[in-house]
Design a protein around this ligand. Sequence first.
Ligand code: AN7
Length: 359
Amino acid sequence: MKWEGVIKHYRNYLPVTEKTPIVTLLEGNTPLISANNISKEFKGKIKLYLKYEGLNPTASFKDRGMTVAVSCALGRGAKAVMCASTGNTSASAAAYAAAGELKCIVLIPKGAIALGKLSQALLHGAKVIAIEGNFDDALELAKGITSKYPITLVNSLNPDRIEGQKTAAFEICDILETSPNYQAMPVGNAGNITAYWKGYSEYKEKGKIKNLPKILGFQASGSAPIVEGHPIKNPQTIATAIRIGNPARWKEAVEAAENSNGLIEKISDEEILTAYKMLAKREGIFVEPASAISIAGIIKLYKRGYFDSRSSNSHSPIKIVCILTGHGLKDPDIAIKESSQPVVIPPKEEAVLEVAGYK
Ligand code: AN7
């Protein structure tokens, strides 16, 4: 079947009418990949799937929400959109605004967004404004300005963003022909966890799935307001995408974890980087550090015995889907920093063979 983007595919579930002008870059329909090599670590207990959202048009999951947010904004006569961003939202907003011929203004924390994301927002022609502050400061500004001026806020506080992003949950169920037992994902501003939970819940209501997955959300240790139970003034983590100290959808994130009988946990930068390299080296999948937290989280819970009691009454492995939210090329600096550098040699066969281990 011809893929025409998430709005056309799931339009009965989305807040669009015949009149809504659809701005799409044919986002969605991302692969659900079996992590056959990493699954070996779990000794048959877990079957791990990876939802590779880095393969969306701007290389993150934000595109699902942005197609709906920008289309609906345009339908309501908007001329401009604004967001605060740790990077991916700004890249996506800039691209969809360009496609929809809207003005786009993005507020980013100065010096704290990955190179790939900045290059996208700039090249797509957004007005990129760096704030001498963090994401939370930028979001406060964006909320204030969009409440006073005719500019549509396209952060995930905008319900259209959540509507679009819930389509990833539909895709997972459509492909598996059931729901997974668990779903693991990073939590930053907490829009995406809200969206997935809404998606699964709607599919259950419609009778498309029988059971709801348990939702496992992960925050970086230095930026874990939900886990700590209070906002973090100066959040820190190498996973800049989720360097957020006061999530806008905090309450909804807690509800998703509690109502699904899942949890929200914190993971150290070291564990994130280990999983980041493991995904690249063992599965051939390149993600940005924030996305690797899903795998790091599952490994941590597995080692702790979290899944032990949960599969005792079944012989088949438990199905876990990890959401890989953004592509590795978004943050090339960290990839290079975490790798050994190329060996420099004279252009001689002997020298190549020696370095390659054939001599
Ligand atoms: C790769 O771009 O908040 O919990 O401004 O880029 O829905 O915020 C990005 C968040 C996970 C967390 N993974 O999702 C932004 C921004 C990646 C991300 C998250 C983000 P939410």
